[in-house]
Design a protein around this ligand. Structure first.
Ligand code: GDP
Length: 438
């Protein structure tokens, strides 16, 4: 059995939750390695909708161990809310910590991170990034600035006291002089952290060591990326990005495993494109084809799982997908929501960009150039609705959909290994299983 990483190949919301849920059946360990509770996976199991923001979606399968690794910024309050929700749904067969662990080294999101996130976005006006205001960015800032609080600190009250004092001193200067806001209370923050530490204790573990042991025993591991490639802090449409490395390479520092450990990297993409929040989006059709955008949004239920914000909609952007294949080293693509486009007479694929009358190679690095590019489209015939129950192989698909898939594979240079034709587990055509040898 192999170890597999799953990443979003676009701007997030590609349907990673469904793929992780399916792939989790094959894995023993499911690991979140970056991001925080800004993820928001929506899963439909037995017709019931479940949204998880922080806990890996693999938790819905009995006998799996879900790990929140060091690369995640961890909000203990959200964690306990999700644990309670899952407990109420009868998901855990034993004590929750038997199937759910948090790394000692993960950084903690504290109330002041959420406060600063909100104040920054409010102050930015038109230049706001469109964050989920859950404190993710400010928590990563503190991590890199070496004034973060790690999960293990919650178990060491005197170290915790010193660290919180240091962190708050600086925050209060910012609050007073930049935001004209009241200061943060030390004792309130400190006492809440000590209590959270006591409650969290059974879940805290050395995730890296646990994974090293799993690797020795050849237990299959699924690394679950959050957000998407174009939101990566290094490779995304900076500054309209998230604050972590969402690309597959992030799994190595984010979970403490060597690069050679990961055998397959599967990129998830919709059959079209969406984006939440501000930032460039070359194939957006809100202005050029507003009725089509509204139709895709409605049929695809394109509203954020975390924030409820309507998503911006556009055609599939092949240069951007090829970029995702390259920066992640994708060995396969999971093509989602093909049902949303069914019944359309014509579908479009973006096969290039033009800027100032010239053809652009690849994805421009400058955010202003990406905002200005004009997409070049190829029109393909649409496909009729699919009767999922009757589709067993690729050749059972409508020939127009086969043509659409072939055009994607040819352009990006990676095979489509999974086709999703609806939200349910059963509405899936597995073309190649990444966990087995071939
Ligand atoms: P994630 O964050 O990448 O997991 O994406 P979201 O959960 O925000 O969005 C995926 C949404 O699409 C969820 O509501 C899924 O139930 C739904 N979904 C996943 N695959 C398909 C599909 O093939 N067709 C349709 N119609 N919906 C899908």
């Amino acid at each position: 059995m192999k170890n597999v990483t799953v990443v979003g190949a676009q701007w997030g919301d590609e349907g990673k939750g469904k793929v992780v849920d399916l792939y989790s059946l094959q894995a023993k360990y499911i690991v979140r390695y970056q991001g925080g509770n800004n993820a928001g996976h929506t899963l439909v199991v037995n017709g019931k909708k479940t949204v998880l923001h922080l806990i890996p979606s693999g938790i819905l399968h009995p006998g799996k161990v879900c790990l929140i690794a060091n690369g995640v910024v961890f909000d203990p309050n959200v964690f306990f809310e999700e644990v309670e929700e899952l407990s109420a749904a009868g998901v855990f067969t034993g004590a929750p910590y038997e199937s759910l662990r948090v790394s000692e080294r993960a950084h903690v999101i504290l109330p002041y991170h959420r406060l600063l996130d909100r104040l920054r976005e409010e102050r930015a006006g038109d230049a706001k990034i469109g964050t989920t205001v859950r404190g993710i960015g400010p928590a990563y800032e503190d991590k890199v600035a070496r004034r973060g609080i790690q999960v293990v600190d919650l178990l060491h009250p005197s170290l915790l006291r010193t660290k919180i004092e240091r962190a708050i001193e600086e925050k209060n200067i910012l609050l007073k002089h930049l935001f004209d806001a009241p200061p943060i209370e030390f004792s309130e923050t400190y006492e809440a952290c000590v209590k959270l530490g006591e409650r969290l204790k059974p879940y805290i573990t050395d995730v890296r060591e646990l994974l090293a042991d799993a690797i020795r025993k050849k237990s299959p591991i699924l690394f679950e990326g959050a957000q998407g490639t174009l939101l990566d802090v290094d490779h995304g449409t900076y500054p309209f990005v998230t604050s972590s490395n969402t690309v597959a390479g992030g799994a190595s520092p984010g979970a403490g495993v060597g690069l050679g450990v990961i055998d397959e990297v599967i990129g998830i993409t919709k059959a079209y494109t969406t984006r939440v929040g501000t930032g460039p989006f070359p194939t957006e059709i809100e202005v050029t084809e507003p009725e089509m955008a509204a139709q895709i949004r409605k049929i695809g239920a394109e509203y954020g799982a975390t924030t409820g914000r309507p998503r911006r909609v556009g055609w599939l952007d092949l240069p951007a997908l090829k970029y995702a294949v390259e920066v992640n080293g994708l060995t396969g693509i999971a093509l989602m929501k093909s049902d949303v486009l069914q019944g359309l007479e014509t579908v479009k694929l973006c096969t290039g960009y033009r800027l100032n009358g010239k053809t652009v190679q690849g994805l421009p690095s400058c955010v202003d150039d990406l905002k200005e590019v004009t997409p070049v489209y190829e029109s393909l015939p649409g496909w009729s609705p699919i009767d999922t129950g009757r589709i067993k192989t690729r050749s059972d698909l409508p020939k127009e959909l086969q043509g659409y898939i072939a055009a994607i594979e040819k352009f990006v240079g990676a095979p489509v290994v999974l086709l999703s034709t609806g939200p349910g587990r059963e509405e899936t055509l597995i073309l190649r299983d990444p966990f087995t040898k071939n």
